[in-house]
Write a protein that binds this ligand. Structure first.
Ligand SMILES: N[C@@H](CCC(=O)N[C@@H](CS)C(=O)NCC(=O)O)C(=O)O
Length: 238
């Protein structure tokens, strides 16, 4: 099938890190797409039809066929548009498996700890900060072994790992602004990961698709406030 015949539609939400992953993958590869902004409180019939299982964004609809789950979508994009733009995963099956492993680690473990920090305070938050630091130390060692970092840290290429890392920590300074504290001592715990992240944040596509700062800050504050209020409600009614 000629690539020109492809019609690509992305159902998303402006502030979703998972949607940003897919936008970044499409932009890095240079694949034209149509974007449909979803109201997550009133999802479109198209979204509900295309992703009846989780009903979440992102959903990529390629020539009428839907693909859901951000990590799966990134792999799909890389496999379909093999010769368009840069490779997002390595060709070698073993190296590809390793990239998938670390992407999954970031997706499930690191991102989870980041969300807990945003949504809690007191002891629960301190515990999550400690957990995050431990995971970053593991990540630093693991990625060093994989040879992910460029010379003197920085990035050597932008692929799946950089995409997932970007929308896990790309806005960490906004998170710190909302919490009013420094979350991670990067220099002490994970200096290579930190300089790698700084390199990722400089990628032009990242700057192009980053959500507006004030809007993002308001959303992070809202998520935090709602989580803390529902926790307090649960405590007072128990
Ligand atoms: N594991 C999914 C997570 C997607 C996700 O959580 N999307 C959120 C937006 S950030 C969503 O659609 N929420 C709407 C809902 O839960 O109903 C992925 O990686 O794509």
């Amino acid at each position: 099938m000629a690539e020109e015949e492809n019609r690509v539609i992305l159902h998303g939400f402006w502030g979703s890190p998972f949607v940003k992953r897919v936008e970044m993958a499409l932009k890095l590869k240079g694949i034209p797409y149509e974007y449909v902004e979803e109201d997550l409180r009133n999802k479109s019939p198209a979204l509900l039809t295309h992703n009846p299982v989780t009903k979440k964004v992102p959903v990529l609809v390629h020539n009428g066929k839907p693909v859901a789950e951000s990590l799966i979508i990134i792999e799909y994009i890389d496999e379909v548009w093999k010769t368009t733009g840069p490779k997002l995963l390595p060709d070698d099956p073993y190296k590809r498996a390793r990239v998938r492993f670390w992407a999954d680690f970031l997706h499930r473990q690191v991102m989870e700890a980041v969300l807990v920090i945003l949504k809690t305070d007191g002891e629960a938050q301190e515990k999550a900060v400690k957990e995050l630091e431990e995971k970053l130390v593991v990540l630093e060692g693991g990625l060093k072994e994989e040879g992910v970092f460029g010379d003197n840290g920085g990035i050597s290429s932008a692929g799946m790992l950089e995409i997932v890392m970007c929308w896990c920590f790309g806005a960490y300074d906004l998170g710190e602004e909302v919490l009013g504290v420094k979350i991670v001592d990067w220099e002490k715990k994970a200096p290579l990961v930190y300089s790698w992240l700084q390199g990722i944040r400089e990628i032009p596509v990242v700057k192009e698709i980053a959500p507006p700062k004030e809007k993002m800050l308001a959303t992070l504050r809202f998520i935090r406030q709602s989580a803390l209020e529902s926790k307090n409600l649960a405590v007072s009614s128990s």
